[in-house]
Design a protein around this ligand. Structure first.
Ligand SMILES: [Zn+2]
Length: 155
């Protein structure tokens, strides 16, 4: 039987970038289930016993939050990509590690490489991504076609 499964080396990447402190703060993580359960119980309480007007007010608040988020996101420009090297600290040091993909970053100063990091934001700032995206899509399509052909040959 022909090998069609891609082999992946297990273990930590050679030089994984340290966490940049984005996402949910660590102290909040254990409280999230309690907050979500409390929200659900509060919603049930409002449906069963609360005033009907409160339900309308909460639905309106959720709608305002959603549309407000879209409005603020479209009005405020996005922050530029963080190009500071986590190893040598050089500002504007990080570049995409490969020209043909948006995966992997490399520092042009010290050579720090992280193959697992996304270079999408950096590559997008450097120029149009259309060629890279079309090349990746074509590679995926070719791999899928080759896989289908080998499966047909095996039958
Ligand atoms: Zn560096």
């Amino acid at each position: 039987m022909e090998e069609t499964v891609k082999k992946v080396r297990l273990g930590a990447p050679p030089q994984a970038a340290p966490s940049r402190g984005t996402g949910v703060p660590g102290w909040l993580v254990p409280l999230l289930p309690v907050i979500l359960l409390g929200s659900t119980l509060g919603a049930v309480w409002i449906v069963l016993r609360g005033p009907v007007a409160l339900f309308g007010v909460l639905v309106a608040a959720v709608m305002v939050l959603g549309f407000g988020w879209v409005l603020i996101s479209s009005m405020m420009p996005a922050a530029p990509a963080d190009r500071r090297c986590p190893q040598c600290g050089m500002e504007d040091g990080l570049r995409p590690a490969h020209e043909d993909t948006t995966r992997g970053i490399r520092c042009r100063s010290c050579g720090f490489t992280d193959e697992t990091a996304s270079a999408w934001m950096i590559a997008e700032e450097d120029g149009p991504l259309q060629e890279v995206v079309l090349r990746e899509r074509k590679d995926r399509r070719n791999a899928r076609t080759e896989r289908a052909q080998t499966e047909d040959e095996q039958r």
